[in-house]
Design a protein around this ligand. Structure first.
Ligand code: FES
Ligand code: FES
Length: 214
């Protein structure tokens, strides 16, 4: 994978401020309300105007439901979901690395499935339920997955972490008590350049273990 692309870019530095944050602050910043969801000020035509766009259109208006919030946006037909989430909506917790479906850094959940946002066109997302890392925490309260990654050291540089967590969420929502083999299979599409796999797997298994205890 391109090493350069693993580093936070200028856009993230600007939006994220200082990169020196506490472990809890870091996880919150990736998922809680700390990242403000900003709508673009694009003038958006009404749905009836959008419907009137010609076949072979170069752009259209779509309504995306992201983290239970509806966004009406004008998108180009070649814009990926990743581009729209990060650039148009401002949800930069979803990371861009390979941008070609190889690494899993951009993983989000669409209708409950873990998918690569860099490999889906935003224009095809109308009516789907999209959840990003920002949708995990409940206000100030971390999601159990975020808590577990924090408690069990499930990351090093953190660049792959939001994708790992979203892959874990899709698994745990369907299978709250996965075996190690199931966790490994579910996260197989998410690469970690730091090689933090043992701790990542442990973090996901501990979420399941808590469900077992409850
Ligand atoms: S950025 Fe690597 S799979 Fe999407
Ligand atoms: S890439 Fe650094 S923690 Fe996974």
């Amino acid at each position: 994978m391109d090493e350069k692309k693993q580093q936070p870019n200028e856009e993230e530095k600007k939006k994220g401020g200082s990169l020196k944050v506490s472990r809890r602050g870091f996880l919150k910043g990736m998922g809680a309300g700390a990242i403000v969801t900003t709508m673009t000020s694009l003038p958006v035509p009404s749905v009836s105007e959008a419907a009137a766009l010609p076949v072979g259109m170069k752009e259209a208006v779509v309504q995306l439901t992201v983290n239970d919030r509806a966004y009406r946006l004008r998108v180009k037909s070649n814009w990926t979901l990743l581009e729209v989430l990060r650039r148009e909506i401002g949800l930069i917790g979803t990371k861009k690395a390979c941008d070609r479906g190889n690494c899993g850094a951009c993983t989000v959940n669409v209708d409950g499935k873990a998918v690569y946002a860099c490999s889906l066109l935003a224009i095809s997302m109308e009516g789907k339920k999209i959840v990003t890392i920002e949708g995990l925490a409940d206000g100030e309260k971390l999601h159990p997955i975020q808590k577990s990654f924090s408690e069990h050291g499930g990351y090093q540089c953190g660049f792959c972490t939001s994708g790992q967590m979203m892959a874990a969420k899709a698994l745990l929502d369907k299978n709250p008590k996965p075996t190690e083999k199931e966790v490994r299979a579910a996260l197989a599409g998410n690469l970690c350049r730091c090689g933090a796999y043992p701790k990542i797997i442990e973090s996901v298994l501990k979420v399941g273990a808590k469900v077992k205890e409850a």
